[in-house]
Ligand binder design. Structure first.
Ligand code: SF4
Length: 892
């Protein structure tokens, strides 16, 4: 336990996953583990957690898989050695090639204080704006849209607006899976307020549609046409707020001229690939509603026209005066835990600092505040541009912190070659095995969640603490400390001699208020004077501090204090051709980013075990694909191999693949290999949601399942690791012949497991085309099992998992093992739907077939949904599917 927290008083901290920013209470348990629950006092969640947050205690690991020592050129060194090596490299490169030849690539996982010193070093002391962040990949279009409309990156809403609005429009947001606690808040509000409407605009019918009164399956990138068209229709119906437009905004006439030419609901519906009656219903509700919130997320931002989409949405709110009032506004919901904190310090290359743009006045002001020797005077390179500069050799060293760009950038394979050629790649991370660490020249061990202290800001501008409750493992140190140590070695001692993290925060807060006088939106200078103890004990606080909600006074942060309408024109539609599909990517419910943390919690790994290609059954039939079959998906950038899932929730002509499977957890399935490095021209955000791909059935000769210790690796054409604590399942398949696959799998097994006194029993059924091996330990316990067969092997193997490491398997069981069958009557479990109470799909279906037709009944019968509640949309969807099947049967 961390020395500073030895009492049983819960330690209040913040969940490290999504931008909801839920408060978490952590208490040491008697058995040395940690008990964890939602913080009832935190304004974001009031005690709720989702499945990921609820499983955080399972993900704590201070030794396994951790980077524990600094490493330079493959050799472990002490911190002095590593910091000196960075300093030498950067001094040499800056001397020979200038400051723009070094760069920093940050992350929304970083704490605000880490971000602050990184930005200060790069922009203020080295004089380059080449610091960007992986937040560029998820919400920079929202930032650019806000700046164009409001004159500052101001988020116009708070979470309570989602609950008080008459009409909630969710665009490109699967709230149920990506921001589950917000989803639960909306669901509860909607239950209490029968007059509240929820509309989901998304090409897919996602789990969020469980609470939707209307789902509009809009065609890919047709959002601008839709919002422009709604604006035109409202104008034609004389339903705009003329007074608000006249007194609080500028540029309206131009916007209306450029808006969609669709002047009827039917035309608009046709343009957007929607049903006329659905557009008409949305129009009716828009006209009737007194208040509207349009909440949007990656489906809007991650687009070649993401910034224009944000402004099309914002235009509608300005034109109806539905902004700056309770229950009103466009609301960007961020993906990462501290995307907003990064925006506040200036972690994006396009912002100077503290929400200030690169004007000459701001540059002079910030340099004055920092007392720095120089200041960057123009925006730096945005994420993809930054890696292009590395590829060209213009940037010769990059310091990558808390992110894995070789997994997350579009056209991911291309940057591997760029980083391999780069003179000095520095990676700070808390895990020891990522795609990017593999090409690092210098590796720095960082603190993970539970070990570091600092602040994060959530989607509604609420600043909370992450607090340490675990000791630092090995030589891991805080990121802000490592940056300051390099800065001091570079000769900038005065600017980076912070005694503690509280001092960093105090300076950040002071800068926000420096020469502000109410001119800038971000001002938390009231927090600048806090002593260290006050900083550490601080409760969550939402800005603006001690002032009305943003825009309530009708003032914006432009020169004339009016909001600007931004004329945006709809993009031409995605070119379609036979055999070509639009690929959409996104998250699954129980995983986070590249699974480095969620992959440690076995219960989070059984909900979505493989990166499936979701395809509409009609499209699948045309492609000759059936459920579970393999499909090769190609784009102009690369190829991946995936298993296919039939999904009527998909639009025809569009497919979906989740983004979490990195090279550590899968071979040939990392989806960002397919996504082109095409970006929004304003924000620089990549278009992850709209890649043109060609799927083609790829029959595999063999498939197999390995179950056993995590030390075994099997690499075939297709492999996916499903972690389960000390054990793992590997699902694999190959187009190679049987002999080659069987031999390589058997060798992998033998090398890893047989030298320990274990024995191997085998079965080869040539006629059935099945090979099975089971490794038994000295006490006859099951150590591992491997099955390879022609066609489909039982991938679930739940009964085998339960046998692992049980003592004394009787000989009869050996025959069951080799037969691949449970000795007990057991049926397949399906996916793990409720990860809190471990309730599987087929158990729930059994209750549905027995007559349970509400989620409450299911919960009372089998506990599904009785934990965090994140699975309730899926439970409902299983009930709905059953009812639909019943209706079809009755009709027949
Ligand atoms: Fe964490 Fe879930 Fe809350 Fe997001 S919604 S902050 S993942 S507990």
């Amino acid at each position: 336990m961390c020395g500073c927290h030895s009492s049983m008083t819960p330690i209040k901290t913040t969940c490290p996953y999504c931008g909801v920013g839920c408060g978490v209470e952590v208490t040491p348990a008697a058995d040395g583990r940690w008990e964890l629950r939602g913080d009832p006092d935190h304004p974001a969640n009031r005690g709720r957690l989702c499945s990921k947050g609820a499983a955080l205690a399972d993900t704590i690991a201070t030794d396994r898989g951790r980077l524990l020592k600094p490493v330079v050129g493959g050799t472990e060194v002490n911190w002095d050695g590593a910091l000196d090596a960075i300093t030498d490299a950067w001094q040499r490169i800056i001397r020979d090639h200038g400051a723009d030849a070094v760069a920093f690539y940050a992350s929304g996982q970083m704490l605000t204080e880490d971000y602050y010193v990184a930005n200060k070093l790069m922009k203020g002391y080295l004089g380059t704006a080449n610091i960007d962040t992986n937040s560029r990949l998820c919400m920079s279009s929202a930032v650019a849209g806000h700046e164009r409309a409001f004159g500052a990156d101001t988020v116009a809403c708070s979470y309570s607006d989602l609950e008080t609005t008459d009409l909630l429009i969710l665009v490109g947001s699967n709230l149920a899976w990506c921001h589950p606690v917000l989803y639960q808040r909306v669901k509860q509000a909607r239950r209490a307020r029968t007059d509240m409407r929820v509309v989901v605009i998304d090409p897919r019918r996602t789990e969020t549609c469980e609470i939707a009164d209307l789902h509009l399956p809009v065609a890919a990138d047709a959002d601008i046409s839709l919002f422009n068209g709604l604006l035109s229709l409202l104008a034609a119906a004389d339903e705009l707020d003329e007074d608000y437009i006249a007194t609080r905004t500028s540029g309206f006439d131009a916007v209306l001229d450029k808006a969609s030419p669709a002047t009827t609901e039917a035309l608009l519906a046709e343009t957007c690939g929607l049903a006329t009656k659905d557009v008409a219903l949305l129009m009716t509700w828009l006209r009737a509603a007194r208040t509207t919130v349009t909440a949007f997320s990656m489906g809007v931002n991650q687009s070649r026209c993401g910034t224009d989409k944000v402004n099309a949405i914002t235009n509608l709110h300005l034109a109806t005066g539905r902004i700056g009032k309770s229950g009103c506004g466009p609301f960007s919901i961020t993906g990462q835990p501290n995307a907003m904190g990064g925006r506040e310090v200036g972690g994006l290359s396009s912002t100077l600092a503290a929400h200030m743009a690169f004007s000459p006045e701001n540059c002079a002001r910030v340099q004055r505040f920092w007392g720095s020797p120089r200041i960057a005077t123009a925006p730096g390179l945005k994420a993809v541009e930054l890696f292009e500069a590395i590829e060209r050799g213009d940037i010769r060293s990059v310091w990558i912190m808390a992110t894995n760009p070789l997994f997350s950038l579009p056209d991911a394979d291309r940057w591997r070659r760029a980083l391999e050629r780069c003179d000095c790649v520095i990676v700070s991370d808390c895990v020891d095995d990522t795609d990017t660490l593999a090409v690092a020249d210098i590796r720095l061990p960082a603190l993970g969640w539970g070990e570091k202290t600092g602040s994060v800001t959530n989607s509604e501008r609420c600043i909370s603490r992450q607090r340490a409750f675990l000791p630092a493992p090995g030589d891991a140190r805080a990121d802000w400390w490592a940056i300051c140590e390099v800065a001091k070695r570079l000769g900038f001692t005065e600017g980076f001699s912070f005694d503690n993290v509280a001092a960093v925060f105090a300076e950040h807060a002071a800068l926000s208020g420096f020469e502000n006088n109410g001119q800038r939106d971000f001002d938390i200078s009231a927090l600048a004077g806090a002593a260290e103890r006050t900083y550490l004990d601080a409760s969550p606080v939402r800005w603006p501090l001690g002032a009305p909600e943003v825009f309530q006074d009708g003032r914006f942060f432009t020169q004339d204090q009016r909001a600007r309408f931004v004329s945006v024109k709809a993009e031409s539609s995605i070119p379609q051709a036979t055999g070509r599909f639009v690929l959409n990517t996104g998250r699954v419910r129980d995983h986070w980013h590249s699974m480095t943390r969620t992959g440690r919690a076995a219960r989070l790994c059984e909900h979505s075990v493989e990166p499936l290609l979701s395809v509409h059954p009609e499209d699948a039939a045309a492609l000759g694909l059936d459920e579970g079959e393999f499909v090769r998906v190609s784009s102009d950038c690369g190829r991946v191999l995936l298993r296919c899932e039939l999904s009527p929730q998909q639009r025809l002509g569009e497919v979906f693949v989740p983004m979490h499977w990195s090279g550590r957890f899968s071979g040939a399935s990392a989806i960002n290999r397919l996504v082109a490095a095409e970006t929004d021209p304003v924000s620089g955000e990549p278009a992850y949601k709209c890649t043109v791909v060609s799927p083609a059935a790829e029959p595999v000769a063999w498939s197999g399942v390995y179950l056993g210790p995590a030390t075994v690796t099997l690499e075939t054409d297709y492999w996916v690791v499903v972690p389960a604590g000390e054990h793992q399942r590997i699902l694999f398949a190959s187009t190679e012949g049987s002999a080659a696959v069987a031999a390589s799998a058997r060798n992998a097994l033998a090398t890893a497991l047989l030298p320990h006194g274990n024995r191997c029993i085998t079965l080869h059924d040539a006629q059935a085309g099945i090979h099975r091996w089971a490794v038994l330990g000295v006490r006859n316990e099951l150590i591992a099992s491997l099955s390879i067969g022609v066609g489909e092997i039982d991938r679930d193997q739940g009964w085998l998992s339960s046998l692992l490491n049980q003592n004394g398997i009787v000989p009869m069981d050996e025959s069951w093992l080799l037969a691949g069958m449970s000795p007990l009557p057991q049926s397949a479990r399906g996916r793990l739907v409720c990860s809190c109470n471990r309730v599987w799909e087929n158990e729930i279906l059994e209750q549905v077939r027995a007559g349970c037709m509400t989620t409450e009944e299911i919960t009372s019968r089998c506990q599904a949904g009785g934990g965090c509640g994140s699975c309730l949309p899926e439970v409902q969807s299983l009930i709905d599917q059953h009812q639909q099947q019943e209706a079809v049967c009755q009709a027949v």
